[in-house]
Design a protein around this ligand. Structure first.
Ligand SMILES: Cc1cc2nc3c(=O)[nH]c(=O)nc-3n(C[C@H](O)[C@H](O)[C@H](O)COP(=O)(O)O)c2cc1C
Length: 127
């Protein structure tokens, strides 16, 4: 069964993934990232400017580099705030580039119903 893995500093991304009821979600944190995955998953990451919050990107990188996690990561969803203009969803974009993982979708804050539908559709595809 496909899974959602996410990071959430202030709770917006957690609220987004909790709207998808049919799939289990797993939260990674700076002190809990060594989780070994054995099923395909989508990684949902909010964005924090690299120099403001390196801890966010480092947590995701450490998680992806745990065991065979990169192989099971079938795509990224990037959360952010459009006011950040060219830095919109910078964390997910950086991870997509660094790890050669497709960036499937970008959304703001806790997502719209269309963003939730998109995540459900992408999870169905990787089942
Ligand atoms: C200090 C700070 C820096 C942020 N930097 C960015 C950014 O560079 N790009 C972006 O798209 N959003 C940025 N955001 C917006 C967050 O990514 C957005 O609010 C997101 O929904 C937060 O998710 P979370 O509550 O799960 O941590 C920033 C927010 C804060 C508080």
């Amino acid at each position: 069964m496909a899974k959602i893995v996410f990071f959430s500093q202030t709770g917006q991304t957690r609220k987004f993934v909790e709207k998808v009821k049919q799939y289990e979600s797993i939260e990674i944190t700076p002190s809990n990232f060594e989780i070994e995955m054995s099923e395909p998953f989508i990684l949902v990451m909010p964005s924090y400017e690299a120099n403001v919050h390196p801890i966010v990107i480092d947590t995701a990188a450490d998680f992806l580099e745990t065991s065979d996690n990169i192989a099971y990561c079938k795509g990224l969803f990037g959360g952010g705030n459009l006011n950040f203009a060219q830095l919109f969803c910078i964390t997910a974009k950086t991870l997509a580039k660094d790890y050669n993982i497709p960036l499937l979708h970008e959304f703001e804050f806790q997502g719209t119903p269309l963003d939730v539908k998109k995540l459900e559709e992408e999870l169905q595809k990787i089942e």
